[in-house]
Design a protein around this ligand. Structure first.
Ligand code: ADP
Length: 424
């Protein structure tokens, strides 16, 4: 019989230098792990303040300096240093340097450093530091990728001491992260600003383009009254072109208003079927012009929805226009089906065409503003790439959703709109 005895292996004895080296390694590993965890938290999307606070808090913990701040230059103005975030600093201290200017804190910090001289900065600033129990400030510059000074990361110590090599590295790494964060937030701010300018420009453009359209339509109306066949023909042509412009301008106008939250829905509980009928009527001229047949399948029982009928009809009209616009000559009829899904509490509207279809890699993009799939078949078809953006926004405003399916170019497309069913 064989028996096994459990023996514990004695821990190898380490010499003092080995223990020290091991301790150093462990501390390095801990430092790297914490900094890496911090870097992972700096995900895009979180506000700049939250990210900087996180950096500051990590630094405070790792350096044993509970007070600190991030200062940044206002809009790249090297003369205007502002407080981005603070940690552990009293309101009085902040008010003092808000009033004096944060550059004064840098002067005071330099003056109270071991190499500095207290006479180099005003006594009132030193008094503010003393009142805050700050004996020394360790700062690291925040530099952009191209070397511009973006600000400073400062940690305050209550008792002066030089930072160890590891701590200096921590401060440098934190400063790098804070600089990246400031830089990224500045880029995001600039993007938002540019986006706002673009929205404002489009709104003004749509507004200005709308104004002359009224008189032009009146003039066409007058031309229609003429008895001359030639003038009547010209009037009809003008009317078709103007209708197209009106549609584009209206979409442009509405997409901006929806984006700015200026569209107020006139919602009421009503049947979906008449709204769909309205959309078909709106798209009548386009169906006719593109010689497209439409097959409608809908239940006889009413489907109740709580919507702004005009807006939902507008969205469906847009989808019908596209189905006509991107149709292939002689294609099978466009199918429009509506049904209720009581279990999901939704009304489903499916619009299937047998037109030019959409490539798989474009399906996820076509609802984005100004996106137009580029292909030789599409180039001749007018548009701005905002129709589907507007459709999606209108549907979403109603708590609904829209998705698109296509088996690829030449295989047609299917748009599925879901709207919440109204309660009984
Ligand atoms: P556009 O004014 O270009 O039609 P939309 O926002 O309505 O703008 O549509 C965006 C793009 O999606 C179109 O340029 C077209 O490439 C594609 N698309 C939309 N509807 C269809 C459809 N029924 N069949 C094929 N492609 C479509």
């Amino acid at each position: 019989m064989c028996s096994a005895a459990l023996t514990s292996t004695p821990a190898p004895r380490r010499s003092a230098p080995a223990r020290e080296a091991r301790g150093d390694l462990e501390a390095d590993l801990l430092q790297a792990t914490r900094l890496q965890a911090l870097a992972m938290r700096l995900v895009p999307g979180a506000g700049c303040d939250i990210l900087l606070r996180d950096i500051l808090a990590t630094g405070a913990d790792m350096l044993g300096a509970p007070k600190g701040c991030v200062l940044s230059f206002e809009d790249d103005d090297a003369a205007c240093l502002r407080l981005a975030v603070a940690q552990g600093l009293s309101g009085r201290f902040i008010a003092h340097f808000e009033q004096r200017g944060w550059a004064a804190l840098c002067d005071a910090a330099a003056a109270c450093s071991p190499a500095g001289s207290a006479t180099l900065s005003p006594a009132e600033d030193h008094a503010a530091l003393r009142a805050e129990s700050i004996a020394e400030i360790h700062s690291a510059p925040l530099l952009s990728g191209d070397g511009r000074l973006l600000g400073l990361l400062s940690h305050c110590l209550e008792a002066p001491r030089p930072l160890q090599e590891r701590e200096l590295l921590t401060l440098k790494t934190l400063a790098r992260l804070a600089a990246d964060c400031l830089e990224r937030c500045a880029v995001e701010r600039a993007l938002r600003e540019a986006d706002r300018h673009k929205d404002e420009f489009l709104a003004t453009l749509a507004h200005e383009l709308r104004n002359p359209l009224g008189p032009i339509r009146n003039a066409i109306e007058l031309l229609h009254r003429s008895r001359s066949a030639e003038v009547g023909g010209t009037a009809a042509l003008l009317e078709r072109q103007v209708q197209q412009i009106v549609r584009l301008v209206d979409d442009l106008y509405d997409v901006g208003r929806v984006a700015r939250g200026q569209v107020e829905l006139q919602r009421r509980r009503q049947m979906l079927q008449p709204i769909v009928a309205q959309a078909i009527e709106n798209a009548g001229a386009m169906l006719h012009a593109s010689a497209q047949q439409l097959l409608l399948r809908q239940p006889e029982a009413p489907l109740w929805v709580d919507v702004d009928a005009q807006r939902i009809a507008q969205a469906l009209t847009n989808l019908l226009h596209n189905a006509c616009k991107y149709a292939e000559p002689g294609a099978a009829p466009i199918e429009l089906g509506i049904k209720g899904d009581e279990d999901a509490g939704e009304a489903l509207i499916r619009l299937r065409d047998h037109g030019i279809g959409i490539a798989a890699d474009q399906l996820g993009r076509i609802f984005d503003m100004f996106v137009q799939v580029d292909s030789p078949q599409r180039r001749a078809r007018a548009g701005l790439g905002i129709g589907l953006t507007l459709v999606r926004r209108l549907v979403q405003l109603h708590g609904g959703s829209i998705e698109v399916r296509s088996d690829g170019p030449g295989c047609g497309s299917e748009f599925v709109v879901r709207l919440p069913l109204a309660g009984r």
